[in-house]
Design a protein around this ligand. Structure first.
Ligand SMILES: CC(C)(COP(=O)(O)OP(=O)(O)OC[C@H]1O[C@@H](n2cnc3c(N)ncnc32)[C@H](O)[C@@H]1OP(=O)(O)O)[C@@H](O)C(=O)NCCC(=O)NCCS
Length: 170
């Protein structure tokens, strides 16, 4: 997919260092990702490039379920566009590509924790209570070193419904 002069494509192992640097350069907005974590999840990343240089990235993770997948949820993560490439449509193109890809999995919802809720509202995300996704966030928030609790963390939890669950509740 091309947007403005950008190309958005699935990441390859060769993009790992660029992704690492992009994520690391946003310590106030993004959870750091190690090179090893990026390499092991490279098939869950897209990158945006211009002139052969990676200037944007996004990834996603599948949130844990106990037993059968009753409410499968996917979290968008590690969205970053280099400051010099912003406001030209790349962020939107990355989110749209990631949403198209994860929608193929037919999750019940896609979630995001963000400081830019207005950006995500444009894609149909709306605010949800963190309490509702505590069991989902546990694996991520449990490792947080910035805030003592998800409830003192200023990030806003948002969700976008994708495919209503068809599996009956046990
Ligand atoms: C948020 C971010 C990815 C946006 O990237 P971008 O390439 O500038 O976004 P786009 O140019 O595609 O903008 C798409 C739309 O969102 C709007 N928008 C962009 N940044 C916005 C922001 N910070 N707040 C509200 N709206 C924003 C644009 O005006 C545009 O609106 P339009 O549809 O009316 O034209 C980028 O600012 C960034 O990397 N920020 C730092 C890291 C971060 O916060 N990541 C999100 C973590 S969840």
């Amino acid at each position: 997919m091309s947007e403005d002069s950008f190309t958005v494509r699935p990441a390859t192992f060769r993009d790992a260092a660029a992704i690492f640097n992009l994520v690391r350069s946003h310590p106030n907005e993004l959870v750091p990702r190690s090179i090893s974590d990026i390499l092991q999840n490279i098939d869950r990343f897209y990158v945006g490039e211009t002139g052969g240089v990676v200037v944007g990235t996004i990834s996603w993770g599948i949130l844990p379920e106990l037993g059968s997948a009753r409410h499968p949820s996917v979290e968008l993560k590690s969205l970053a566009v280099s400051a010099s490439a912003r406001r030209r449509g790349l962020g939107r193109a990355l989110v749209q590509c990631a949403l198209e890809r994860v929608s193929e999995l037919k999750p019940e919802q896609v979630i995001v924790l963000t400081f830019v809720p207005e950006f995500f509202r444009r894609f149909g995300f709306s605010e949800v209570s963190k309490e509702k996704m505590m069991h989902k966030l546990y694996t991520g928030c449990v490792n947080c070193t910035r805030f003592d609790s998800p409830f003192t963390c200023p990030e806003i939890a948002m969700a976008k419904p994708v495919a209503p669950s068809t599996t009956p509740e046990a």
